[in-house]
Design a protein around this ligand. Structure first.
Ligand SMILES: [Zn+2]
Length: 187
């Protein structure tokens, strides 16, 4: 179990507020009432201000719903703030997570890295958790398919969050050496 920091506490409080606000509100896509877990899944994907239900999230990402859920639960499990929120609302959730935080190693340099010329450079500073992926998502959306984003993210959770988020959303992380990340926009 990772250390519980003051920043985690802030993020946790923020997520609890979102849960209270959004749970039972209509999904922004299909209008069916959101479950607590839908709100957490949306947060993990950077949709904290426009949450959708899991079926709509999977449809939007063209992912198999069961696979997406598995990936999202793995991601939530590694984030202390999200995982604690998940546990808190466990009564309303079908899955209870065993919170764990396991660091991943840096991706090895690939042979094509000499050609990493970014189309956009974004310094995210110390933005973390939901805010980082929220803004990352809007940055990539404004770019053309296949364009390369150079991201600097100081948040200590970034080495976990960014690969997980890229994996979930189908954007390709081509280089990672914290705090530097190169992300190829989804085709
Ligand atoms: Zn929906």
């Amino acid at each position: 179990m990772a250390l519980w920091t003051e920043q985690d506490q802030q993020k946790f409080d923020e997520i609890v507020t979102q849960l209270q606000y959004w749970t039972s509100q209509p999904c922004l896509a299909c209008k069916s009432p959101l479950l607590a877990e839908d709100v957490l899944y949306s947060n993990a994907l950077g949709l904290k201000t426009s949450p959708q239900c899991l079926p709509c999230l999977a449809k939007g990402l063209e992912r198999n719903q069961t696979e997406l859920k598995t990936t999202l639960l793995q991601h939530i499990r590694r984030r202390p703030c999200l995982c604690k929120a998940f546990e808190l609302s466990a009564g309303a959730l079908p899955t209870v997570l065993d919170c764990n935080f396991t660091p991943t190693e840096n991706l090895p340099l690939s042979s094509s890295n000499s050609a990493l010329i970014p189309d956009l450079i974004w310094d995210a500073g110390d933005l973390g958790c939901g805010d980082l992926v929220l803004l990352l998502r809007s940055k990539l959306r404004a770019m053309l398919p296949g364009e390369l984003l150079e991201l600097t993210a100081l948040d200590p959770g970034a080495p976990e969050d960014i690969p997980a988020w890229c994996n979930m959303t189908g954007n390709r992380l081509v280089f990672q050496q914290h705090p530097l990340y190169f992300i190829r926009n989804k085709d």
